[in-house]
Design a protein around this ligand. Structure first.
Ligand SMILES: Cc1cc2nc3c(=O)[nH]c(=O)nc-3n(C[C@H](O)[C@H](O)[C@H](O)COP(=O)(O)O)c2cc1C
Length: 313
């Protein structure tokens, strides 16, 4: 008997299973080559890319909290052109879908980065949700109008590449941001990026991070992220967005504290078409491989033939 079909379709791109390495936690894939079978993954999101190279933030960049991780990396990356030249050919070899996480300080930088990435990668994940940079980043993801403007600009310069907008859990009205981005041409959404948070070093009597705040990820955020994915699923099924039922609802990729198959199943049940796994990979590099095996086992036990059957909505 053949096994269940774990493949999923995100905006017309087929992933062999619904497990994707989250941006900023898996480098460009090759860094983990000796630790796990990268070819087994559904997809890999790159570290956040910007048109110009960035050295990232000074001072502390990572700080552990109970059940969570604070980071303030500041989008250190070699720039889009160097990524395409040096990293992309190596990334292509193992076979998972390649998702370029794109950021920028202003709309022009996003648009030009997207133009270079267009058709070079399988999906662009538009990062309008990074809380760790002073200009751009999360600022675009907090407000529907700003989010729509950057989505529209990138849609125009990267017409051949499916566009997944990575939403911020820090937006006061996530539904409004998602609706604006959908109308501006987003094909899919991923949620959540990190939660704005902070820590204080009580010995030095000052904030741990030079920027004061940082982004919280890991198991601590999972129940909140799950609730947000559940709600976004409903928003994207609003008949106004799906042209009175004529267009398929745009898929959501669930992210936030996923560390085992059961966590991933919760997101798939809530309506996510796929999941991204981030912080958990730092502690146990094989986490994603175990999650894929656990999802397959669950599908067999329940007699499911495709991943959509996991959804309880
Ligand atoms: C060290 C670190 C770096 C990150 N860098 C990025 C990034 O460059 N772009 C981005 O969109 N998200 C970035 N993220 C956010 C993750 O992709 C993910 O959305 C978030 O950590 C929640 O998932 P998790 O709880 O599984 O880690 C980063 C997270 C961490 C921990």
């Amino acid at each position: 008997m053949s096994g269940p079909d774990l493949s999923v379709n995100i905006a017309g791109v087929r992933l062999k299973n619904p497990v994707i390495a989250a941006s900023g936690t898996f480098g460009y894939g090759s860094e983990y080559a000796g630790l796990l079978d990268i070819s087994a993954l559904g997809g890999i999101c790159t570290k956040g890319l910007t048109l110009r190279p960035r050295t990232g933030n000074r001072g502390e960049r990572l700080h552990e909290t109970p059940s969570g991780l604070l980071n303030s990396i500041g989008l250190e990356n070699p720039g889009v052109e160097a990524f395409i030249e040096k990293e992309l050919p190596r990334m292509r070899e193992p076979g998972p879908v390649i998702i370029a996480n794109l950021s920028g300080e202003d709309i022009d930088e996003y648009a030009e980065g997207a133009r270079l990435l267009d058709a070079a990668v399988d999906i662009i994940e538009l990062n309008i949700s990074c809380p760790n940079v002073k200009a751009g980043g999360m600022a675009f993801g907090l407000d529907g109008e700003a989010a729509a403007a950057v989505t529209q600009a990138v849609r125009r310069t990267a017409p051949h590449t499916p566009l997944m907008v990575k939403l911020s859990p820090n937006a006061p009205d996530i539904a409004a941001v998602a609706r604006s981005c959908a109308a501006a041409g987003a094909d899919a959404f991923s949620l959540v990026n990190t939660f704005k948070a902070m820590a204080i070093d009580t010995v030095r009597r000052r904030p741990v991070f030079d920027n004061v705040s940082a982004g919280l990820s890991g198991p601590a955020v999972r129940p909140i992220a799950l609730r947000m994915v559940w709600e976004l699923y409903d928003v994207l099924r609003d008949p106004v967005l799906t042209l009175n039922g004529g267009e398929r609802a745009k898929p959501v990729v669930g992210i936030g504290g996923i560390a085992c198959a059961n966590d991933a199943l919760e997101f798939l049940m809530a309506g996510a078409a796929a999941v991204e796994v981030g912080s958990a990979t730092f502690a146990r590099p094989c986490t994603m491989i175990e999650i894929i095996a656990g999802i397959e086992k669950y599908m067999r036990q329940n007699g499911f033939t495709c991943t959509e059957e996991i959804c309880i909505r």
